[in-house]
Write a protein that binds this ligand. Structure first.
Ligand SMILES: Nc1ncnc2c1ncn2[C@@H]1O[C@H](COP(=O)(O)OP(=O)(O)OP(=O)(O)O)[C@@H](O)[C@H]1O
Ligand SMILES: [Mg+2]
Length: 265
């Protein structure tokens, strides 16, 4: 089964793209076949993957508009060990271009159906809003990872996202669930971090990943070199944390054998 994971939180700057890039690379370096989809007009995941967005002939927008197949748009990223479905900024117009299209919230899902069997994981970097692009990501996904920056106001807006996930799960995608909540820029010495963590665990329980991502300058530097942290500095605290997150996911998704019956979760 392919796990399609949307990295979503409508709050800006909480570590969505950093998580998408580094989780995709950590899974790739753990011998999983991975596709990273950049669904944010800011194109940060594309640039952070070392891809020159000005050189792209086709992008994810062409896929959403049915002008191209995923396979024709893919870029291989051998060092990061994933394939990228890139974006160049064109998606800014997607909301308008999709407005008159039929089944516009299903476009990404239909495009991915044709190629998803080739991958163990498809990671989707969402924009910082609950717009048609985020809805496309949620309709296409099996799970949502919500990065939360452990600071004041970080819990605001999460209930809107959880409500949207529940609505989509009911109306358009019964496979969708919250895969997990990821604490980013985590500082265990800060009282505020501890307060936010207590609140998160109270609300989401064991959906909060055991791995928390520390604030680490290597994670911020790596994208300007077009590399994930695991390649840029594999011994950095940030790279090690994202490897831990990938390991946690892989263990969760391992088929469990119970009384001779194989189950997956
Ligand atoms: N754990 C971390 N340690 C240090 N810096 C980080 C960490 N995570 C993210 N950053 C930095 O914080 C900034 C915001 O991170 P990122 O771009 O991943 O957030 P985002 O949620 O994708 O933002 P947007 O909502 O604009 O898409 C970036 O400059 C990034 O390099
Ligand atoms: Mg981003």
């Amino acid at each position: 089964m392919t796990h399609i994971l949307a990295i979503a939180n409508q709050k800006g700057g909480v570590g969505k793209t950093t998580t998408a890039l580094n989780l995709a690379a950590s899974l790739g370096h753990s011998f999983k076949k991975v596709l990273l989809v950049d669904l944010d007009p800011q194109a940060n995941a594309t640039v952070g993957s070392g891809c020159d967005k000005h050189e792209l002939k086709k992008t994810v927008l062409d896929v959403l508009m049915n002008n191209a197949e995923v396979a024709d748009v893919l870029v291989h990223c051998p060092e990061a060990k994933y394939d990228l479905l890139p974006e160049s900024g064109d998606l800014t117009s997607a909301e308008v271009e999709l407005i008159n299209e039929l089944m516009r919230e299903q476009r990404l899902r239909h495009a991915l159906i044709k190629i998803q069997h080739k991958y163990d994981y498809i990671i989707i970097d969402c924009p910082p809003s609950l717009n048609m692009l985020s809805i496309n990501a949620l309709v296409a996904s099996t799970g949502v990872i919500i990065p939360v920056q452990c600071e004041f106001f970080s819990l605001e807006g999460i209930s809107a996202l959880v409500g949207t996930v529940e609505k989509i799960a009911k109306m358009a995608n019964k496979n969708l669930k919250i895969e997990g909540v990821l604490q980013t820029m985590y500082d265990p010495r800060s009282m505020l971090t501890i307060d936010v963590e207590t609140e998160l665990r109270g609300y989401f329980g064991d959906k909060v990943f055991r791995t928390a991502i520390p604030r680490n300058v290597r994670l911020a530097e790596a994208p300007s070199h077009g590399l994930p942290a695991i390649v840029y500095d594999k011994n950095s605290k940030g790279a090690i944390a994202y490897k831990g997150l990938a390991g946690e996911l892989i263990r969760r998704h391992k088929p469990k054998v119970r009384m001779g019956v194989e189950e997956t979760n």
